[in-house]
Design a protein around this ligand. Structure first.
Ligand code: PGA
Length: 234
């Protein structure tokens, strides 16, 4: 194909990703775009429900999310871990406790993502499975707003570990050591089963699966696994 002439790929890549992927996918795009300077990327970041809508309407080339669509025929490939952790203000009374029971969390004021969020779905399912009711103090439509609310002492929350990228040692947030956490999840890159991927989309897809993890470990993970944010013994 002309787009492939001399290995110089030219064209557009359209990605739709869930909110937590914005902490990693741009880092992955760096080396990719250096390698293929002729590829222009459009990256849309929104919540789980919105990404599913985009998938259903075939608006983008590839989709990245952590929970799979239930009634769509899709090709699914995990490429990176996306664990959920319990976050609290750094000087929270539970900050130094170990193996905090889940039901103890249910007594804390909780800050929840908006309806339509995959994070919210996963949290709700865990508490439903244990027949526990969360004390939801407020709903916020952004991971960053939730982090600020935690730092401001409004409550605790459960978010992807990746939301701590760039937090560093002086972060006002800490990870609580709670029974059943971290909730292990992955990001999946998916596309409709019947869809023929463009050369460009296929190139990014292969890059994600072959190199995504190692590039993420070199770049995006640096802040996340810094000592200050890791509870001892983890
Ligand atoms: P959300 O999805 O932005 O819809 O919460 C993020 C995730 O599942 O990691």
């Amino acid at each position: 194909a002309i787009a492939d002439l001399k290995g110089l790929k030219q064209g557009a890549l359209r990605l739709a990703v869930v909110t937590t992927a914005k902490y990693v996918v741009p880092r992955l795009l760096g080396p990719f775009c250096q390698r293929y300077p002729g590829i222009d990327v459009s990256l849309t970041v929104n919540n789980h429900e919105w990404v599913l809508g985009s998938l259903a309407d075939n608006r983008d080339d590839l989709y990245i999310l952590s929970q799979l669509p239930e009634d769509m025929d899709v090709q699914v490939h995990p490429f990176l871990e996306n664990p959920l952790v319990v976050l609290a203000q750094r000087n929270h009374p539970l900050a130094h406790e170990r193996d905090i029971p889940l039901k103890r969390l249910a007594e804390e004021p909780f800050i929840m993502r908006e309806p339509g969020s995959g994070t919210r779905k996963a949290v709700q399912k865990l508490f439903d499975d244990h027949m526990l009711q969360l004390k939801v103090k407020l709903d916020l439509g952004s991971n960053e707003a939730i982090k600020q609310a935690i730092a401001g002492g409004l409550g605790i929350s459960v978010l992807s570990l990746h939301t701590l990228a760039l937090e560093g040692h002086n972060s006002q947030l800490t990870i609580l050591d709670v029974e059943g956490f971290p909730i292990q999840r992955n990001w999946y890159v998916i596309y409709p089963s019947g869809k023929q991927l463009s050369v460009i989309a296929r190139t990014f897809f292969d890059y994600l699966l072959n190199e995504g993890k190692s590039v993420a470990e070199e770049t995006a993970f640096q802040g996340v696994f810094s000592k200050g944010l890791k509870p001892e013994g983890h």
